[in-house]
Design a protein around this ligand. Structure first.
Ligand SMILES: [Zn+2]
Length: 544
């Protein structure tokens, strides 16, 4: 019974995914970038070792990426990605130059010999060019060539959504994260170059350039790989965890902001305490935690969070960029999705962490007000699950943020047991730590962990734009009031508990589904009838 239901659900999800993808035409490049073709799924990236020289005056970058990978089957040719603006100077494998064919934003590399199944090897790609410039980072993608108030170059990079291949030759698919990344960042000698992970060296190259070496010893999403270049000063602090010891907190801030940063970034420790309590150990402990002053609002770059919020708290008393972008270290960087269609896995949980943080630090009532303001931003115009197998801008509105957070809030309300809810969240963060997950795996996890079947709930909230609607009629009969109610939803069989006032003495929970049910409201006046659904995300409609 259980298995056949699961099979039915998988079939339903497959139908929804297929129909979603076929309803729109996509360009060949969007498909080449998004589809896991056999020339991409035939190998697994282990490491990227990047040498990158950045010349801000020329808006020019050059370097190489040594890609370590393992063959999943025998290989003669692979597909890699690099934006058409960037040139490929040469490709080397086993000291031999390889031939390659470019097709706009992708290129195909032919090996001199057949690589064997399970063989691990390395390929070096030399590249250079003027990369795409971001005009309104972080919402578009590319390099940000800016200057500080003294006129010194200040460079940032953001490429979530558009993908790292905007500047870096790589396998640009979310399903394949490198297990480690090294960055040798070469910048003009008067500037400081900051990248992800732990600093492992710096040296003057003697030609007016300086090299900074950074090591990430954890899996990392391509779009998290970043560089920040500026006239930075370095602040170091420590977060002392009761359970896990000391975590290095490193801040790279422009000289003009250093005094403000020293005070403002104190909230980072409060955040680490809250997130550690709720979601477990900071996932990239050995790489350290870092905030880097960026010439744009912010981005969740792993162990190198871009910060550009002018050291300002919001009206709730915290810095949104610090809390939201750092929360992605748990949800997005540690637990990642495999396809941009499932970005709700990154954003919904991260947006919900804001409410968890507010509740922890400022109390429950403030948290309810905080998430209440997010409710007004929900559009319900398109499903939270996007189109699979294509790389394009999937989401026009912000429902994967606010509706996603409210989907989780609704689950909390339905579970009606905060210990179970928070333990489930914590176990989710821990079970899938540093892994990629699918929507279906998350569903299965919450089904098992909470003992509630969320199948129909997940399908309705994620695959359909509309909310389920609590429809009701109030019928007066012989001085008595009768309630007729049902739940209208796209998915068949959805049942939800809703609190309704069946009498003046308070609310009772009724389980509503697609069938009309009748309840005696005794001697309530129609004006006294109430539904308590303020902590849920559902529609309400009084029918005639
Ligand atoms: Zn986010």
């Amino acid at each position: 019974m259980r298995i056949s239901k699961q099979v039915l659900l998988i079939s339903l999800i497959c139908i929804l995914v297929t129909s979603a993808a076929s309803s729109q035409e996509f360009s060949r490049q969007e498909v080449l970038h998004g589809k896991l073709t056999s020339m991409r799924s035939s190998f697994d990236v282990n490491s990227y070792e990047i040498t990158l020289k950045v010349e801000p005056a020329k808006k020019f970058i050059s370097g190489k990426n040594e890609i370590g990978f393992t063959c999943i089957k025998s290989i003669e040719k692979i597909q890699l990605d690099l934006n058409y603006r960037m040139g490929i100077d040469s490709i080397l494998h086993e000291n031999q130059r390889l031939s390659f064919v470019r097709d706009s934003n992708v290129f195909y590399v032919s090996f001199k010999r057949k690589l064997n199944k399970l063989e691990s090897t390395k390929l070096t790609i030399y590249f250079s060019g003027k990369p795409r410039e971001a005009i309104k980072a972080p919402w578009d993608g590319g390099f940000v060539w800016s200057h500080d108030t003294a006129g010194t170059p200040w460079v940032g990079l953001a490429c979530e959504g558009i993908g790292a291949s905007i500047w870096l030759p790589c396998k640009d698919h979310l399903s394949d994260e490198a297990e480690m990344m090294t960055m040798h960042l070469i910048v003009p000698e008067n500037l400081v170059g900051v990248s992800n992970g732990k600093k492992i060296g710096e040296k003057n190259l003697g030609n007016s350039f300086k090299q900074y070496d950074w090591l990430v010893s954890n899996t990392i999403n391509n779009y998290d790989i970043t560089v920040n270049i500026g006239d930075y000063e370095h602040l170091h602090d420590i977060y002392k965890s009761n359970s896990f010891g000391n975590l290095n907190l490193d801040y790279y801030v422009l000289k003009t902001g250093i005094e403000k940063a020293a005070i403002h970034f104190q909230q980072v420790k409060k955040m680490h305490k809250s997130f550690e309590d709720h979601f477990g150990i900071y996932p990239f402990w050995n790489d350290g935690y870092k905030l880097v002053d960026a010439p744009f609002w912010g981005m969740e770059h792993q162990s190198c969070v871009a910060y550009g919020n002018n050291f300002e708290n919001n009206k709730w008393g915290f810095d949104f960029i610090i809390i939201h972008e750092s929360a992605h270290e748990w949800f997005g960087n540690s637990i990642s999705c495999n396809d941009p269609a499932e970005m709700w896995i990154h954003e919904s949980f991260t947006t919900y962490t804001e409410t968890v943080f507010v509740e922890d630090v400022f109390g429950y009532q403030k948290a309810i007000q905080y998430i209440g303001e997010q409710k007004r931003l929900i559009k319900n115009k398109e499903p939270m699950i996007g189109k699979f197998g294509v790389y394009y801008h999937n989401f026009k509105d912000n429902d994967i943020y606010y509706k996603g957070a409210w989907m989780l809030q609704t689950m909390r309300t339905i579970i009606n047991n905060d210990t179970l809810w928070f333990n489930s969240l914590r176990d989710y963060a821990s079970k899938y730590r540093k892994q990629s997950v699918t929507t279906f795996q998350i569903l299965k996890f919450f089904n098992e962990r909470t003992g509630i079947n969320w199948d129909n709930f997940f399908v309705q909230y994620l695959f359909y734009p509309a909310l389920p609607v609590f429809e009701f009629k109030l019928i007066e009969r012989e001085n008595k009031l009768e309630l007729l109610c049902r739940l209208k939803s796209d998915v068949k069989g959805l049942e939800m508990p809703i609190k309704v006032a069946l009498s003046l003495s308070g609310f009772e929970t009724v389980y509503v589904n697609s069938k009309w049910q009748s309840f005696d409201l005794n001697y309530l006046d129609p004006g006294e009838f109430k539904i308590k659904a303020d902590l849920m995300l559902i529609g309400q409609k009084r029918m005639k």
